[in-house]
Design a protein around this ligand. Sequence first.
Ligand code: GLU
Length: 511
Amino acid sequence: MTKTVRSRFAPSPTGPLHIGGVRTALYAYLYAKKMGGDFILRIEDTDQARYVEGAEQYIIDTLQWCGLTIDEGPECGGKFGPYRQSERKDIYHQYALQLVESGNAYYAFDTPEELDECRTQAEQNGQAFKYNYETRQTLSNSLNLSEEATKAKLEAGEAYVIRLKVPRDEEVKFKDIVRDWVTFKSDQLDDKVIFKADGMPTYHLANVVDDYLMKITHVIRGEEWLPSTPTHVYLYKFLGWEDSMPEFAHLPLILKPEGKGKLSKRDGDRLGFPVFPLDWVDPDTQEVSNGFRERGFLPDAFVNMLAFLGWNPGTEQEIFSREELIEAFSLERIHKAGAKFDFEKAKWFNQQYLKEAPNEFLLTEVKNILLEKGITRSDAFILSFINLFKERAVFIKDMIEQGYYLFESPKEYNAKVVKKKWNSERKPVFFEIADQLSALSTWTAEQIEVVLKGIMEKYALGFGDVFQPFRVLISGEAGGPSIFELTELMGKEMVIERMKAGFEIFDRMTE
Ligand code: GLU
């Protein structure tokens, strides 16, 4: 019988989640769902110094906004809880002790000052200090102290950490689904602290113990964790869990648009786009970091865009519903190379989703934005407005920005058009248009078209001579959606009023 796939997302609540973290969650989710398995959220909050208020809620809100439903986690619980490491504190110590007893870990009593001194000395010799097979022989630890001396220190309550005793001169090999076989030399590793002086495990121990106890089958995480994996492989081995070691898939970095280096918040600030899913207010500095949600992205568009940052389905198709993504996703098709972030492409995805968005949804959204501005209109009016403006919009709010003149007077009139097309000879043409439009008994796009085209022909004028100044008269803008439909939507009264006011404004502009 094959095991049920259990993947997990194991973020540390140290600040807002970068989009790279959301992508990790997404891939872990897609894989679990594709395999009919479970997606688990585990909060890795053992590093109390880096804990940031509000960060866990931010993670939960992000997953919810993206529709990445959790099967087990701190809020919904599950068979293998608790799912917050700070609530599992008591579990880890016994495993650290087990490793000491089996000779695979040891107590280290070196003070922070002593270790600093080691670092300074190594630096003076042009080296970086490593607590490893070489240096551990000269340092203050249970490998060098007698059993009694160690016991005495422990009983006296002296501060200690527990370090993993990494074997000398070995090769650590593991298979990564994205990178195939990865080999590290054990001599490159240091004796990582697995249990800290504050009574908490470090990331390495807690992560491995929990993945084992929670029966995680697939560890899907960013490639920055690849160098930690050999330490984890040793932990599985020394704890006797080699047979249930999960499979690993290390995901490529999300790169700056230029392609060099990891995408950072600074790149977003520099280039004017968000790198976080939701707005985040730093609890200490009150500094606000922008989110995709607040920028106007639809969650499905955001998720679709993210899916393609490091993976492709091997076909030309780019727009995928959630079900299609689950169906098409595979760990084997994840790229090894980093994925360049492209904000224009992100906007393209949103535009595609906006075009397809159901009218009822858009109606509610547009109505809410208008309401915030104190504007109310009938549903029928708003729906026609949406139909007219949605083609060109990237975000919902673009529609209102682009078609603002339907809700208030034009702020400005396109000076170029006015200067070029408005003169005493042309004026009567537009007076006549105003008269004919006023006289219309049915106010439809078709009738409006008949009037405008009729006048164009009568005076042997081109489109640009008639339609463009007419559009500027009623909207102030030189471009926009179909002029006949726009005129219909505006309504006769507004159009005639705008034209009359426009005549005077145009005169003043050309004086
Ligand atoms: N807590 C780690 C993080 O913040 C988890 C890495 C992993 O998935 O093992 O990303």
